[in-house]
Design a protein around this ligand. Structure first.
Ligand code: NAD
Ligand code: DAU
Length: 350
């Protein structure tokens, strides 16, 4: 079985490959990635020499490149992670989000449609986000039946790609499965997202920027729990179905930043106040969704998936990972990370 993983050099994709490549020596894994600023091949150093792993540099927004990969590797399963993934960047410059997330997904679907004619046992697993559902008020949960109502160019582009995947199932019978997951955290996350931004800034004594009032709520899930859920859906989920994945773990941003300061202080042998005093409230993100919360009862009931990490264990592991991997941090600091962090918030979001 040949499994083509798109975006496998990014945060979730590399965790997925690190989990599965050693576990399934009988399967071949092909990692297709454009290597944008968010990619890091060093995330894959533990598996890069394994005989069932191959890396191929490819831009999914370029149809000819995609078709070449399909002709060469004839994949049986596609696990589609590749995307522009950061909401703030989509506000500053939406074009890349349209190219990669919409046109790129379309190209992959087309390549499958053309190369899988009359072939059984194939799967296109589309990895998506809870942000497609828009914002919740104080109560309620996103279910698989919640209407799409995206707020940012990022979430609109992901919603569009979900619609394309579903349309290819209904129109062409393409073997599609979709998962919509809440906020992930864990090792290898590029420090533009909330948790690693806070960890790295706190360690450097820099301001901890909280957008608006800090009352926005997200539902956090440890990254390997997400990867295991995806694998479970690939193995046991029904074709044409959507599965929501979440941690049942809602936090306001201000509470999570306090929590990070406390765990960091414990791990680094400092006082939580040393870090909490760095908290700085900044201008709000335009179109900032108030609250996300996932109802995961379908995947729990039908596929018996449950997260393994609690927020206590997951956050501690994550902070420990950033403390133990100063080389990884030093290597990314000079490039796009520095450029992004040097922009003040207003310049970042226009
Ligand atoms: P990431 O930004 O860390 O990684 C994205 C990867 O895709 C990078 O390796 C990048 O080089 C690659 N890529 C980007 N454009 C490409 C292109 N045109 N061609 C080929 N490769 C390209 O993202 P992530 O956080 O790992 O997210 C992975 C997927 O999971 C995305 O589809 C995202 O929408 C979804 N998701 C993320 C979260 C989260 O909390 N991070 C939650 C739910 C769903
Ligand atoms: O819900 C799933 C989504 O989670 C994924 O689809 C996206 O790819 C992923 O980026 C993430 O989107 P968010 O916008 O929720 O994540 P982010 O880490 O950017 O922000 C989390 C919350 O923290 C959000 O309410 C904005 C706030 N925030 C973020 C940053 C980076 C701050 O207050 N300060 C910050 O510096």
């Amino acid at each position: 079985m040949r499994i083509l993983v798109t975006g496998g050099a990014g945060f979730i994709g590399s965790n997925f490959l690190n989990l599965l490549v050693p576990k399934y020596p009988e399967y071949s894994f092909i990692n297709l990635d454009k290597l944008t600023y968010a990619a890091n091949l060093s995330n894959l150093k533990d598996i890069e020499d394994m005989s069932n792993y191959t890396f191929i540099k490819c831009d999914i927004a370029d149809y000819n490149q995609v078709i070449d990969v399909f002709e060469k590797y004839a994949p049986d399963i596609i696990v589609h992670f590749a995307a522009e993934s950061h909401v703030d960047r989509s506000i500053l410059g939406p074009a890349e989000f349209i190219h990669t997330n919409i046109v790129g997904t379309f190209n992959l679907l087309e390549a499958c449609r053309k190369s899988w004619i009359n072939k059984n046992g194939k799967i296109f697993h589309h990895v998506s986000t809870d942000e497609v559902y828009g914002s919740l008020g104080e109560t309620g949960l996103f279910t698989e039946e919640t209407n799409y109502d995206p707020s940012s160019p990022y979430s609109a582009s992901k919603a569009s790609s979900d619609h394309l995947a579903r349309a290819y199932f209904r129109t062409y019978g393409l073997p599609i499965k979709i998962t919509n997951c809440s906020n992930n955290y864990g090792p290898y996350q590029f420090p533009e997202k909330l948790i690693p931004v806070m960890i790295l800034n706190a360690l450097e004594g820099k301001p901890l920027p909280i957008y608006g009032t800090g009352e926005n709520v997200r539902d956090w899930l440890y990254v390997t729990d997400h990867c295991e859920a995806i694998w479970k859906v690939i193995q046991e989920g029904k074709l044409g179905e959507t599965y929501n994945i979440g941690g049942n773990n809602e936090w306001t941003n201000i509470d999570i930043v306090h929590k990070i300061c406390e765990v960091l202080a414990g791990e680094a042998g400092k006082s939580p106040e040393d870090f909490k005093s760095l908290i700085t409230f900044v201008k709000d993100r335009p179109g900032h969704d108030l609250r996300y919360a996932i109802d995961s009862s379908k995947i729990q009931r039908e596929l018996n998936w449950y997260p393994k990490e609690t927020f206590e264990t997951g956050l501690k592991k994550t902070i420990r990972w950033y403390l133990d991997n100063s080389n990884w941090i030093e290597n990314i600091k000079t490039g796009e990370y520095k450029k992004w962090m040097d922009l003040n918030y207003t310049d970042r979001v226009g």
